[in-house]
Design a protein. Structure first.
Length: 278
């Protein structure tokens, strides 16, 4: 069975290797291109206020990587040291899923300072995270949400809108819960997302995978939106996919995928889903 991996280019190879090791053909067709934010001053200011946040929530592993790329050297020296001033008196770090949790550990955040849904949680999202962290929230103290910003490929000078994160996603729901609990939610853009520019060969591979029984793996609704934009005339009625969240599955159904299967985001869970599709 051929599996199409749509994660960003930096993440896709690990998935391709894991699937090939399990006996599947795997093809990487990244549907999201990721890069650092053009305007880093807000990120640097967020680091300058590090001790003032009661928690810092990261929406993805990419948010962790790009935010910590700007970490001041004196704080970087405290990596992994739970008793250091950076972590003993600093904010908690919140992660919505295992990939983000792992990225925080790789960035030097001590395990004891990370909150995320339980490893056996039915779903990894803001709702599951809130169940773990709601009791921590203190009235009047700010929580920083580190996120990305969507940039149109033909708008090189696009600026992030101050309130762009306040509509339609799980992080927005979390911000609403924080505000209802008396805390303030503040956002900072650490990276930018855009649709990739596919080659003629990649478009041909995608068109073939829409009809030949391949299974697409989606970990982002935005990836599906980019696919629709890249191949606007393509029918997906005979295509199959695995989605790692109900919201992503709904987006795939809206595009017209003929078969949509829901899976947890772990490689092992995706492999089990593939077995069911064989």
């Amino acid at each position: 069975m051929r599996v199409v991996i749509t994660r960003p280019a930096g993440d896709a190879p690990a998935w391709v290797d894991a699937l090939q090791a399990a006996g599947h053909q795997a093809l990487a067709l990244p549907l999201i291109e990721v890069g650092p934010a053009r305007h880093l001053q807000p990120v640097l200011q967020a680091w300058a206020q590090w001790s003032e946040w009661q928690a810092v929530m990261f929406v993805s592993a990419q948010a962790v990587r790009y935010f910590f790329d700007s970490q001041p050297a004196d704080l970087r020296a405290d990596a992994g040291q739970v008793t250091s001033p950076t972590w003993a008196t600093g904010p908690r770090c919140w992660a919505t899923g295992p990939g983000t949790h792992k990225a925080l550990l790789q960035a030097g955040v001590p395990e004891a300072c990370i909150d995320s849904p339980a490893a056996d949680a039915a779903q990894f999202d803001s709702e599951a995270l809130w169940q773990r962290v709601a009791a921590q929230v203190k009235v009047g103290q700010p929580v920083l949400i580190v996120r990305g910003h969507d940039v149109c490929s033909d708008t090189a000078a696009a600026q992030p809108e101050p309130n762009a994160a306040l509509t339609g996603t799980g992080r927005d729901w979390l911000a609403q819960q924080l505000q209802a609990a008396g805390a303030s939610a503040q956002f900072v853009v650490a990276y930018e997302r855009r649709a990739p520019v596919w080659s003629t060969q990649q478009k041909a591979q995608a068109a073939q995978a829409a009809t030949d029984g391949s299974v697409w793996c989606f970990s982002s609704s935005q990836a599906i939106q980019h696919l629709a934009h890249t191949l606007p005339a393509q029918s997906w009625a005979n295509a199959r996919c695995i989605a790692t969240h109900a919201r992503i599955a709904q987006t795939a159904q809206t595009l017209g995928f003929g078969a949509v299967h829901l899976s947890r985001p772990h490689v092992a869970d995706v492999l089990r889903s593939l077995e069911c599709l064989a």
